[in-house]
Design a binder for this molecule. Structure first.
Ligand code: SF4
Length: 436
């Protein structure tokens, strides 16, 4: 073995896939991955630089690694701003930007010479940090939008889509090794292929994935008109009836300042149409409260929108300035206490809506996938409406249940975010993996 490396992966699912690819390359060079900094010769921290709390978390993690490991390499989104990391931690060995695998490997191999035994190169091109039965499938890197609060396009550059056949091959490999749910991600999934002038490549990809007989879930959908095509795919059972559309706000004034499309009325019309096509649809969205210039009137418009739209799953953030974001120059900074107060009002209102939405499942039969054993002989599972890590779960009871398998389950109860269900039977095989 070439040396022992501890790895910390912070941030979103896209960063997690970068970590998986980097770990696979380290393993191919003969490095051993260890779970604790104190056991390692070198630590790698894959950082997040999206908003200030994420930057703080990344800097704290680098500090923890430096206390316990002699050598630390920082990479990832915050690595695009090396001066921030070096100012806080001058002792880091190297700082590299997001997905700069070669630069990380160069820093690591310089500090810890690699294993030259050719046998160790026989490892897969990606190591999975998720359980075997679900996997993130990253289809593109970067983003061509210019939302005023976001510096991802500066950190990760313009969008570069992976070739369709390469993505399909990766998906087939994942399914062969036990994946039962593919979670398709990018900064802007619906724009897949667009920078090459291609239209509809995502839909071809989704058709190909549906033939693999597993669940396919799509995250980070920008509210383009093409969402309608996704909804058709859901109606055909090719895609899980789950739509993750981060709308960010509902007030047209604030959306314009965010450089994002739409307004409450147009969103409501579209949501009604989506639900007419796919009544079992779960809608997830994320909102920013306290954006510069947000008045009480704008905020109440957002609350009214939530009440009308009855979204199933909602996440919210208070606006925080990110160095380099265009929104920093906007007038009308909202005081911290007002942002906090609005955040709590929004989450309380949404909790009532969410509880109402969850109750509609009671008495119905839904497909579920089992993630892990729970307490008292029950199991933790998820239905089509639950993306891992961000949504609720289904507490499942039944005999002979196995992790990673899919079942039909009768829903017996619900609370604000979770369901309680009993296994009825294994899920019958079908294209789209019984998504419908
Ligand atoms: S769509 Fe907007 S928020 Fe999302 S990564 Fe691109 S610029 Fe950032």
């Amino acid at each position: 073995m070439a040396g022992r490396i501890a790895f910390a992966s912070l941030g979103c699912a896209k960063a997690l896939v970068d970590s998986e690819q980097l770990i696979a390359r380290l393993r191919a060079l003969g490095y051993e991955l260890v779970p604790a900094y104190e056991e390692a010769d070198l630590a790698i921290v894959n950082t997040c630089g999206f908003i200030n709390p994420a930057i703080e978390e990344s800097l704290t993690e680098i500090g923890l690694a430096l206390e316990k490991t002699p050598k630390v390499v920082a990479t990832g989104c915050l690595g695009a701003r090396p001066e921030v990391i070096r100012a806080a931690h001058p002792g880091v060995l190297a700082v590299t930007g997001p997905a700069q695998f070669d630069a990380v490997l160069e820093a690591v191999t310089r500090a810890l010479p690699p294993d030259t035994d050719p046998k160790t190169a026989l490892v897969p091109p990606r190591v999975r940090l998720t359980p075997r039965h679900y996997a993130y499938l990253k289809i593109a890197e970067g983003c061509d939008n210019r939302c005023s609060f976001c510096i991802i396009p500066k950190l990760r550059g313009p969008q570069v889509s992976r070739p369709l056949d390469e993505v399909l091959r990766e998906a087939e490999g994942l399914v062969r090794t036990g994946t039962r749910e593919l979670i398709v991600i990018a900064q802007d999934t619906l724009a897949y292929g667009r920078e090459r002038g291609e239209r509809g490549t995502l839909f071809k990809l989704l058709d190909g994935l549906a033939e693999l007989g597993v669940w396919v879930r799509l995250l980070y959908v920008y509210p383009y008109p093409e969402v309608e095509v996704l909804v058709e795919k859901m109606a055909e059972g090719k895609l899980l009836p789950y739509l993750d559309v981060p709308l960010q706000h509902a007030s047209p004034r604030i959306l314009r300042a965010m450089r994002r499309p739409g307004d409450a009325e147009r969103y409501l019309e579209r949501i009604r149409a989506w639900r007419r096509s796919v009544p079992e649809l779960t809608l997830r969205s994320v909102f920013i409260v306290g954006f510069p210039g947000e008045t009480e009137e704008d905020f109440e418009l957002l609350l009214d929108f939530l009440e009308e739209a009855e979204l199933d799953r909602v996440g919210a953030f208070t606006y925080s300035e990110v160095e380099g974001a265009a929104a920093n120059a906007l007038p009308g900074r909202v005081p911290e206490e007002v942002k906090e107060e609005r955040y709590h009002r929004l989450m309380e209102r949404q909790a009532e809506i969410s509880a109402r939405r969850m109750r509609r499942w009671v008495g119905r039969t839904i497909p579920v996938i089992v993630d892990e054993p729970g307490e008292d002989g029950a199991w933790i599972a998820r239905g089509p409406g639950d993306a891992p890590g961000v949504d609720g779960v289904v507490f499942l009871e039944g005999e002979g249940v196995r992790v990673g398998e899919r079942y039909l389950a009768q829903v017996e109860g619900a609370d604000t975010y979770d369901l309680f269900a009993r296994v009825q039977s294994p899920l019958p095989a079908s294209p789209g993996g019984g998504a419908k």
